[in-house]
Design a protein around this ligand. Sequence first.
Ligand code: SF4
Length: 332
Amino acid sequence: MLAWYDANARVLPWRAPPGSNAANPYRVWLSEVMLQQTTVAAVTPRFAAWIARWPDFASLAAASEEEVMGAWAGLGYYARARNLVACARAVAARGGFPTTEAELRQLPGIGDYTAAAVAAIAFGRRAVAIDANVARVVARLFALADKADVPAHAERITPDLRAGDFAQAMMDLGATVCTPRGPRCLLCPLRTECRGFASGTPEAFPARAAKKARPTRHGTIFWLERDGRVLLVRRPPKGLLGGMRALPTGDWAEAPPGLAGAPATAGWQLLEDEVTHVFTHFRLECRLAAASIAAQEVHAEGEWWPITDLGAAGLPTLFARAAQLFGRERWG
Ligand code: SF4
């Protein structure tokens, strides 16, 4: 695997070349957090912009949560952004980034996987980092039907030296060769050892868990406009998209809630358009409602944001898409 990695490692902006021991711990940590639930292609340009703005723990620790949430907009799973700032501040307070898996796990937003990945990749410690790619390779290599058996087998094959390169080699093999569909076994350095390949049906491993049905919730997104500005609010810190700037909404409900929860003014019009967004635990279907008022009419909590500059508001995807639909509805 290490020889394969030396020849085939993906060149990624947060990586040091194979065997160099020169990984930058801040970049490794940042990339691992960004890559949770988000693809390499989506992360790469955002990572470069982030590093230009906050090149190290100290600069990120000094940033406001609001700025960081704005820079995160569109990457999803916003708790990660809040945890990045909290973690950078914790690192600044303790006087440095810890180097062991156990200490890393104490920091905000660092779970078992990230602690192992950072300990191995940034600090060369022997640690077993199992992401979805690694789990798939291990399950096929040992023909494991049950994902629960993956960690023990991954532990067995992790070397004492170059554990970070080994982890990245497994990640790269899973991403480029041992892909979910149509693994390219003929190019694989593990082929002669691989029980999944020997079985003739490597794709059968690991067995897929039956997908749980996602419930659907309903809501309404409100567009309240005044003199070329639209009302934006901060969502409550806990809960879905907590702390993010957003268009006002009512509560999510079992059935479409209509105008319930609308900012207090007359003249709301419920539009035909709908925005749908799939979150981890449910699918959200939102109707849109719009109203326009004169300047003196309303006292609403929130910010009146210039409509022509909405791109700078850092709205999460759900609200950015709603804003686009409102724009299309108004200006065609
Ligand atoms: Fe995956 Fe095929 Fe390689 Fe086995 S031989 S690890 S199934 S790509």
